[in-house]
Design a protein around this ligand. Structure first.
Ligand SMILES: *[C@@H]1O[C@H](CO)[C@@H](O)[C@H](O)[C@H]1NC(C)=O
Ligand SMILES: *[C@@H]1O[C@H](CO)[C@@H](O)[C@H](O)[C@H]1NC(C)=O
Ligand SMILES: *[C@@H]1O[C@H](CO)[C@@H](O)[C@H](O)[C@H]1NC(C)=O
Ligand SMILES: *[C@@H]1O[C@H](CO)[C@@H](O)[C@H](O)[C@H]1NC(C)=O
Ligand SMILES: *[C@@H]1O[C@H](CO)[C@@H](O)[C@H](O)[C@H]1NC(C)=O
Ligand SMILES: *[C@@H]1O[C@H](CO)[C@@H](O)[C@H](O)[C@H]1NC(C)=O
Ligand SMILES: *[C@@H]1O[C@H](CO)[C@@H](O)[C@H](O)[C@H]1NC(C)=O
Ligand SMILES: *[C@@H]1O[C@H](CO)[C@@H](O)[C@H](O)[C@H]1NC(C)=O
Ligand SMILES: *[C@@H]1O[C@H](CO)[C@@H](O)[C@H](O)[C@H]1NC(C)=O
Ligand SMILES: *[C@@H]1O[C@H](CO)[C@@H](O)[C@H](O)[C@H]1NC(C)=O
Ligand SMILES: *[C@@H]1O[C@H](CO)[C@@H](O)[C@H](O)[C@H]1NC(C)=O
Ligand SMILES: *[C@@H]1O[C@H](CO)[C@@H](O)[C@H](O)[C@H]1NC(C)=O
Ligand SMILES: [Zn+2]
Length: 669
């Protein structure tokens, strides 16, 4: 989720470059001068990975970078040379014909004053795109764009020396969207019993043999969104907020941006292996989308769904024939309506392509394992674990049924059911070639955004339960030692637990300052009340209260003493620290009669609580992503590769290396 327009942004421009690095607005991210090369300086590549090159030459017509000429000179040259070798024109290097010259204009705001005054700077552009090229020889390459009578922009590229040997048959990457170490700590405290400071059980994640940390920064901003972080994890290339497996260019089209081949495309192309995509979000959302979509605008949901089925159709690209498994929510892009691509019936489009289509848990369970399968279980994001399992009345929301009718989606599978079924199908269809599965616990992030910590943490526990079930399944079918398992996140939220709250005391105080005295810090934080069974139910005596390693959920979601928890950045909101029994929270509202982008505390949320004045811009109705490094847990043939501290793109190179996806010679045409 994002709230602020990032369409216009700005770089260190012209003479000001050295003084104003890293500012909010950039002319075009990762374009250091008036000449731009994408992939930009510092880009890394997997040997043999397909990518596009975009060149742009900018002629700002006004604003601080204004040039004296009205058009950028279209006569620019572009050369590539390997370290120590003579650079040659890219056309010769890649054996391509010279691409046609394109021209367009764009505008951007140089700073907040320009935005407030609505005085954008106008830039005229000449550009070219070289489509579907690859570098096979590991080493350093220098790409040089020469323009405007001798100005030049240089990009140093590195093709990593990644061995071609395949070490894992299968790869599963679990993504806890927005999941941080702090959240794992809180979820563990919520669901695992501790005696005198020692846990009696721990999470499945805790039992992973190897832990690493990855840095999530974007190409052009230090806070990422889920589109560009997913692109980094799947392609090994950093990108821009909202971009899915492309570098964002400045042209008006959302689909002509330079693409980079993803791990799913590589795996399919090189081995013909199985691909599974599972998410509790609407399936066109960024984390699933970045595996097959290539667009600078993640909001193009209809096209994203088309890309799952057909890949990229309008620019030359890899031959994609659809994943073996696609499970999630987001029915609004499938039944025929204004939000499906060209108003088409995508259930029918998938059926026409040979897919079995299932719309509820019952049908999912009985579906054949031999067919490609599309499972869409609700409109929008799927229901949360807490609503599916504890507050079940919340499933009765009209018009959530996946068939597009007036009904509600009451028979939804959870992440565990979807993931286990995906594994069965992937195995049945790919006994020799193996599979790549991405399984996303999307609502860790979505519930953190709306400050609904109970839902966020139970989504995290469901992910942990799914990981445990996956390991047990793989072991039972003899595939555990063939499968590289990775559990990571795409970014964090500034969440932590700082103590406990006596919610009964809080509710009975009058006045916000008095209510705050219900918070217990340090020694008054006490112990977690979520897992302690009530007095008549000793530990382990009841079927529902069996503490087993790595599979726990709390036994009580509404204890008197709850966590004093929160995020570091938020809109105006109230807190009473109790579970929201009526469904996910709405912390802030825009109010009739005021600007629609001016959000205030929601007075029907957490009514017994106190007001916390927002710290974010008033246009934000929810919390936002944060800077923290995120954990990477691993188990499998390449587990040791994932230890240490590294960049998000390294997750791609480690996965690709483990699968042996580096290609040292061009594939046969
Ligand atoms: C284009 O640029 C090249 C190299 O800078 C130069 O040799 C050539 O004369 C230019 N062509 C035109 C039409 O300006
Ligand atoms: C370059 O491309 C042309 C046309 O596609 C082809 O005939 C030729 O063999 C290629 N040359 C090399 C060196 O790949
Ligand atoms: C770009 O802007 C100029 C004005 O500076 C205008 O004359 C031209 O038509 C515009 N071109 C495009 C492609 O919009
Ligand atoms: C630049 O030109 C455009 C188009 O004429 C105009 O809308 C804009 O306000 C100008 N910006 C500045 C900073 O002068
Ligand atoms: C490039 O240099 C030539 C010769 O000096 C000049 O005629 C032309 O206007 C220059 N072009 C640009 C875009 O500066
Ligand atoms: C790029 O490579 C060139 C030549 O190898 C080198 O001189 C230059 O410093 C490098 N630039 C960066 C930013 O790494
Ligand atoms: C492909 O191009 C056609 C024609 O321009 C357009 O109608 C269609 O929306 C494009 N498809 C996608 C998936 O972008
Ligand atoms: C794409 O793959 C399909 C299935 O493997 C094959 O039938 C088709 O010929 C391929 N198309 C191209 C253009 O390679
Ligand atoms: C599940 O889907 C099947 C097939 O579409 C349908 O016949 C059945 O009624 C559905 N069950 C529920 C509980 O919605
Ligand atoms: C889905 O169906 C299976 C088989 O009936 C059942 O075990 C499981 O609990 C169901 N899952 C949900 C979330 O309803
Ligand atoms: C996994 O175990 C099976 C059976 O024990 C064995 O055949 C296979 O070689 C093992 N694979 C790896 C990657 O160790
Ligand atoms: C609140 O914002 C949304 C999204 O911009 C808008 O659709 C809605 O009309 C606004 N409501 C009010 C009361 O301003
Ligand atoms: Zn995310």
């Amino acid at each position: 989720m994002k709230f602020f327009s990032t369409l216009s942004s700005c770089v260190a421009c012209g003479l000001l470059a050295s003084q104003v690095a890293a500012q909010t607005f950039q002319r075009l991210g990762a374009c250091p001068k008036l000449g731009c090369i994408f992939p930009p300086d510092q880009a890394d590549f997997l040997p043999g990975q397909w990518f596009d090159i975009r060149l742009e030459v900018h002629a700002p017509q006004n604003g601080s970078e204004r040039v004296s000429y009205a058009q950028p000179d279209g006569n620019f040259t572009f050369t590539i040379g390997r370290d120590g070798q003579r650079a040659v024109p890219a056309t010769q290097f890649f054996n391509l014909t010279e691409p046609r010259l394109e021209t367009w204009n764009f505008t951007w705001y140089e700073d907040l004053f320009a935005r407030a005054a609505r005085t954008p700077s106008l830039v005229r552009v000449a550009g070219k795109a070289y489509r579907k090229v690859a570098l096979y020889e590991p080493g350093n390459y220098v790409a040089t764009l020469t323009y405007q009578n001798g100005s030049s922009t240089v990009a140093n590229w590195t093709v990593r020396d990644i061995p071609t040997q395949r070490r894992a048959k299968n790869t599963i990457i679990f993504i806890g969207d927005g999941m941080t170490t702090n959240m794992i700590t809180a979820a563990r405290l919520m669901a695992h019993q501790m005696i005198n400071g020692k846990y009696q059980t721990t999470m499945a994640m805790d039992q992973m043999p190897v832990l690493g940390h990855q840095m999530t920064h974007s190409l052009d901003s230090f806070i990422t969104d889920s589109a560009n972080s997913a692109s980094a994890l799947y392609t090994g290339h950093k990108s821009t907020v909202n971009a899915l497996s492309v570098y964002r260019d400045s042209s008006p089209s959302n689909f002509d941006d330079p693409k980079v081949e993803t791990i799913a495309e590589l795996f399919r192309e090189i081995y013909g292996g199985g691909v599974g995509i599972v998410s509790t979000a609407f399936i066109a959302d960024a984390t699933p989308a970045a595996l097959t979509a290539h667009t600078s605008q993640r909001g193009r949901y209809g096209e994203v769904v088309d890309s799952f089925l057909r890949g990229i159709t309008n620019y030359t690209w890899v031959n994609w024939t659809g994943p073996d498994v696609l499970f999630g929510g987001g029915a609004e892009q499938f039944y025929p309506n204004s939000r499906s691509f060209q108003g088409r019936d995508y259930y029918q489009e998938f059926r026409n392509a040979g897919y079995n289509v299932v719309l509820n848990n019952t049908s999912l369970q009985t579906a054949s394992n031999s067919s490609k399968t599309l499972g869409i279980f609700s409109v929008s994001n799927m229901a949360k674990w807490l609503d599916r399992n504890i507050y079940k009345n919340n499933l009765n929301i009209s018009r959530t049924a996946p068939n597009g009718g007036n009904g509600s989606a009451t028979d939804q599978p959870g992440l565990k059911e979807m993931t286990l079924k995906a594994l069965q199908i992937l195995r049945a269809r790919n006994p020799q070639n193996g599979f790549f599965l991405m399984s996303e616990a999307a609502s860790v992030d979505k519930m953190m955004h709306v400050l609904d910590y109970d839902r966020a943490l139970t989504e995290l526990l469901e992910l942990d339960d799914t990981i445990k079930a996956t390991i047990n399944y793989l072991r039972s079918v003899g595939e555990l030692n063939n499968t590289q398992i990775i559990i990571t996140a795409d970014h964090g939220h500034g969440f932590d637990v700082m103590g406990s709250v006596d919610t009964r005391y809080l509710a009975q105080q009058t006045g916000d300052r008095n209510k705050r005295n219900a918070i217990g810090i340090y020694e008054e934080s006490g112990l977690s009340q979520y897992v302690v069974p009530n007095a008549s139910m000793p530990i382990g005596s009841d079927q529902n209260v069996v503490y087993s390693q790595g599979v726990n959920f709390p036994t009580n979601f509404d204890p008197r003493y709850t966590f004093y928890q929160g995020v570091a950045a938020f809109p105006d909101h109230r807190e009473d620290y109790t579970v929201n029994k009526r469904g996910p929270r709405v912390p802030a509202l825009n109010i009739t009669g005021f600007s629609s982008t001016d959000y205030y505390v929601n007075y029907i949320d957490a009514v017994t609580g106190f007001v916390i004045n927002g710290s974010l811009p008033v246009a934000a109705d929810q919390g936002v992503h944060s800077l923290t490094d995120v954990p990477v847990f691993s188990q499998g043939p390449c587990q040791a590769d994932f230890g240490g501290v590294y960049n998000s793109i390294d997750v791609f190179y480690k996965m690709a290396g483990c699968l042996g996806l580096s290609r040292r010679t061009p594939p046969r045409p």
